[in-house]
Design a protein around this ligand. Structure first.
Ligand SMILES: [Zn+2]
Length: 309
């Protein structure tokens, strides 16, 4: 979550039901800096045009939208007879959380492809085209398989390889290509939750403040260096800046061949590696940064596992 917040990376969480995916997503906007003035104006404009409350926005809080997976294409992307912005525009400069990601209508998810690249959505109607801003950070969540127990300690998944395959296939490669990080989560044992005391609450609050300030420092560094978050960089920009350790690049190339990463994934790994290096205060992307970025691409591994089964 820290890496995603620091670099603006889209994130997919994969884990069994009840492992805290929704809770983590809801905490996520709190890790981000408050809305800047120009951002605030754009966001208030969209929300008030839909007759929605703007009080929390005026306090600097970034939008957090979490539509249910039964939402229509128009509801998610925008449009309609009297065109209006969809959830992706209401999440502009904030977070769009899509729980049960593979359950969303395929056409709705595919409609996000262009906005995820360009940060805006164009809706063409007989009486003209409407452009709405849609620069949002996507946080998605899914179970590892239809029953939710694949890879969960001390429990048994009873899904067939074919049903897991078709579940994973609901997510098209172009959509997955637009998500920088896939992270596997495990359920937390109950006994490790209950032991919260006043002291540990204070320690936790101090740790949270520390995390928020690390994220803010990493984001400032990026705006200072390239006037944009790492999530928007292209491969040439990163490789051309001579800021990748040759050993790290070598590791990336070897993994790409072994695991079969696409060219887009290669760039995503460089971006995430850049963010991890920024959080470390390093100007050079080193082997450990790339190794960590590769470890945050679970879906390729899960997909390979299922194919091998
Ligand atoms: Zn299962």
């Amino acid at each position: 979550m820290i890496i995603a917040a620091a670099g603006g990376h889209n994130l997919l969480m994969i884990g069994p039901p009840g492992c805290g995916k929704s809770m983590l997503a809801q905490c996520f906007p709190g890790l981000l800096p408050p809305l800047y003035d120009e951002e605030l104006l754009e966001v208030v404009k969209i929300h008030s045009s839909c007759g929605m409350p703007v009080k929390s926005l005026l306090n600097g809080q970034r939008p957090f939208r979490s539509p249910h997976h039964v939402i229509s294409d128009v509801g998610l992307i925008g449009g309609g007879t009297n065109p209006r912005p969809g959830e992706i525009s209401l999440a502009h400069h904030g977070v769009l959380f899509l729980d049960e990601f593979p359950e969303f209508r395929r056409t709705a998810l595919e409609g996000m492809r262009a906005p995820l690249e360009t940060g805006q959505v164009s809706i063409v109607r007989a009486r003209g085209a409407f452009d709405y801003p849609a620069q949002f950070q996507l946080i998605a969540a899914m179970n590892p398989c239809p029953c939710g127990r694949l890879g969960v300690k001390d429990s048994r998944c009873n899904c067939s390889a074919a049903s897991i395959q078709s579940y994973l296939k609901k997510l098209s490669q172009p959509i997955l290509d637009r998500i920088d990080m896939h992270v596997e989560l495990q359920a937390v044992p109950l006994e490790s939750i209950g032991s919260s005391s006043r002291d540990s609450d204070e320690v936790e609050a101090a740790q949270t403040d520390q995390i928020i300030s690390e994220i803010a420092i990493a984001r400032d560094l990026q705006f200072h260096r390239q006037k944009a978050l790492n999530a928007t960089l292209d491969g040439k920009g990163i490789l051309g800046s001579q800021s990748v350790d040759p050993k790290a690049l070598n590791l990336l190339e070897r993994s790409a061949n072994r695991i079969g990463f696409s060219a887009r994934t290669f760039v995503r790994l460089l971006r995430v590696g850049r963010t991890i290096a920024d959080l470390d205060g390093e100007s050079i992307i080193r082997t450990q940064h790339i190794a960590e970025a590769i470890s945050l691409r679970s879906l390729e591994r899960i997909s390979n596992l299922v194919q091998a089964a």
